[in-house]
Design a protein around this ligand. Structure first.
Ligand SMILES: O=C(O)CCC(=O)C(=O)O
Length: 296
């Protein structure tokens, strides 16, 4: 059973037709050019809880991709034993015994990943969204999606995984390859952050929204090119389908929060662990401050 704190949070947001209460959106509503002004970025993020900045890091994507593929090659050379911080669950739809789902952390493995996460163009955008004091969260995660059936990530919010006091937590999702319906394009529901924390269930891809109520196709595909970055608040509903193409679909997830925000609940990947108070170490853990300061 999850803790009462979680049950209380989701009860407050329980609606018969949660999606029906959201304004309709198209990609044009959340799309910004790489040189979008802070005012434009902030307005889109505040309204929709997500945005896509076209070509923001197009000059970095090739290096980040080469390092992600080197991480994967290490795992394959080791006969799918975990290496390079890989999470290697059962092969599922790939038909293989195992598949690479993700690498975490990656800033400790490859400079290209850290340099992307600290790129001033990206941090300018993050600052426009969450304010002048920005702290990294974690050390980078590369979602891999193997070819030939690589794992889906059912629609979910990131909030139950990393529930924070001030809800400033957000992800910058850097595309490394072109995404299509075939290879598991990222989907999101613009405006869904306004629904608050929703009830999640246990699935093979960890915590997710009940698929009967939130099938993948109720979200908007955000087709992208290498270097496009999708930003989303951790309450924004998002996910992606299987990769049925012949090439992997890696992407780099870089996470940030307002400096000083802190974990409120213990990190969780299963329903049983939701709503447990964060321990002292989790509440006070600090990461690199990349904009402004966190000084008391
Ligand atoms: O890799 C993807 O397409 C989805 C990733 C995701 O949902 C997440 O990192 O929370």
């Amino acid at each position: 059973m999850p803790e009462q704190a979680y049950l209380d949070a989701i009860a407050a947001n329980c609606k018969e037709d949660p999606l029906g209460s959201l304004p309709p959106a198209t990609v044009a509503d959340i799309e910004l050019p790489a040189d979008g002004t802070p005012e434009a970025i902030s307005a889109v993020y505040e309204k929709w809880g997500c945005c896509v900045m076209r070509g923001l890091l197009s000059d970095r994507a090739a290096d980040v991709l080469a390092d992600a593929e080197a991480m994967a090659a290490g795992v394959r050379d080791a006969g799918y034993e975990s290496r390079n911080n890989a999470y290697v669950p059962a092969g599922g739809a790939t038909g293989h015994e195992k598949q690479i789902m993700l690498f975490c952390p990656t800033y400790t493995l490859a400079a290209s990943h850290f340099l992307a996460a600290t790129d001033p163009r990206l941090l300018d955008a993050v600052e426009a969204m969450i304010g002048p004091n920005v702290e990294m969260y974690g050390n980078g995660m590369c979602m891999y999606k193997e070819p030939g059936g690589g794992m889906e990530k059912a629609l979910h919010q990131d909030a139950p995984y990393f529930y924070h006091r001030d809800h400033s937590f957000m992800t910058a999702f850097l595309h490394l390859v072109e995404t299509t319906d075939e290879n598991g394009v990222l989907h999101a529901i613009p405006g869904s952050f306004k629904l608050g924390l929703l009830e999640h269930i246990d699935t093979p891809s960890h915590l997710a929204l009940p698929p009967g109520q939130f099938p993948l196709d109720c979200a908007m595909p955000i087709y992208a090119q290498p270097g496009d970055v999708v930003f989303f608040n951790y309450l924004t509903v998002h996910g992606s389908g299987l990769n049925l193409s012949e090439k992997a679909r890696p992407a780099l997830c870089m996470q940030y929060r307002k400096a000083g925000d802190s974990l409120a609940w213990h990190c969780a990947t299963t329903v049983d662990n939701l709503g447990l108070p964060a321990n002292e170490e989790e509440r006070t853990r600090s990461f690199a401050v990349v904009r402004g300061r966190k000084i008391t």
